[in-house]
Design a protein around this ligand. Sequence first.
Ligand SMILES: [Zn+2]
Length: 119
Amino acid sequence: MPATTFDDEIRAALAERRAALRALLESHADETERIRSDRDAEYDDEHDLEGSTLSAGWQLLDGLQRKELREIAEVDAALARLADGSYGICAGCGEPIPRDRLRARPAATRCVACASRTR
Ligand SMILES: [Zn+2]
């Protein structure tokens, strides 16, 4: 059955994406931890620990981790839609999202036309 094959393909792509995101998230969390412990080592009472001492590097890592967590949530939502049968339906117009788009962006919730309208 071709539909099953496509679902399997998407499920595999989502699982792969999820694993890659988890790995990125983990390495960024490690880096954050390293910055934190470096900072703690330099910490003295005259510095505001939570305020101005947050480094640019930490803020960058924090932003990356937020983005990765958001993407993991999108992947999980796509897997849930696959499980309940609502996968591949555009959230904007209710039409099926073309398979080429889903292959390129397995977590997409809108067709190209609707996605470009909301941007
Ligand atoms: Zn649409």
